[in-house]
Design a protein around this ligand. Structure first.
Ligand SMILES: [Zn+2]
Length: 225
């Protein structure tokens, strides 16, 4: 694995339309076919830093974390503009609020599309992407795979696999602790209601659970270790 170049590009971005949800919400599901084949994409992992301002919005409470899991999501945002950059910009300006968790915002660490990776949180800070106050948020790095229209799913999966492999090595996280969002039971903070296990990332689950497609993705990660 190549060493991770951290590019410090704080791109000047036009304001996107704030139509996005996150996989914490539940728009309709998509059933596009999944190909476990590796794409031809061969670049090394590059990350654009787009951190949420320290002490604000989703970093108003920057709970410390020593990550021992990596949680994989997909955005279920199918709009043409719902790419990694747009999600990162939304998080940066506090655009994804939540009434249901203790933080008041939805946050995660990395957004990935076919062409880019944006980082929104340092990996030693907790996000709010998995299970409210549960272990998924307290102990895991959250990665959202984008599903914007026209975005290559196979290239997004390949980029996500490379990023995941790199994070595993950097944080000494074993493959059996790379989990789908579905892994975590969600006890909602606001009312204590048990929301069960989310079907996320939905295009890698089989009848709502990890199966052959998830295993193929794990194998893809393994090929980069
Ligand atoms: Zn999710």
């Amino acid at each position: 694995m190549k060493k991770l170049p951290l590019s410090l590009i704080l791109a000047s971005l036009s304001t996107g339309t704030a139509f996005l949800l996150s996989c914490g919400s539940s728009p309709s599901s998509q059933t596009a076919p999944f190909s476990p084949k590796l794409s031809q994409y061969q670049s090394s992992v590059k990350i654009t830093q787009a951190l949420i301002p320290e002490g604000r919005y989703g970093r108003a409470k920057n709970g410390r974390m020593n990550p021992s899991y990596i949680t994989i999501h997909s955005t279920q945002n199918y709009g043409a503009g719902a790419d990694a950059r747009t999600h990162a910009r939304l998080l940066q300006r506090g655009g994804l609020t939540s009434k249901n968790n203790s933080l008041g915002y939805l946050t995660w660490h990395f957004s990935v599309d076919a062409h880019s990776i944006y980082q929104s949180l340092p990996t030693n800070e907790q996000g709010q992407h998995a299970d409210y106050e549960g272990t998924g948020n307290r102990k895991s790095i959250g990665i959202e795979m984008c599903e914007n229209r026209g975005n290559s799913r196979s290239a997004t999966l390949d980029r996500t696999a490379r990023l995941t492999a790199d994070l595993m090595k950097r944080h000494k996280i074993p493959l059996n602790r790379v989990v789908p969002h579905q892994h975590w039971e969600r006890i909602r903070y606001s009312d204590g209601r048990n929301l069960g296990h989310k079907n996320c990332p939905n295009f890698l689950m089989t009848n709502g659970k990890p199966g052959a497609k998830w295993q193929a993705f794990l194998n893809q990660i393994k090929s980069h270790l």
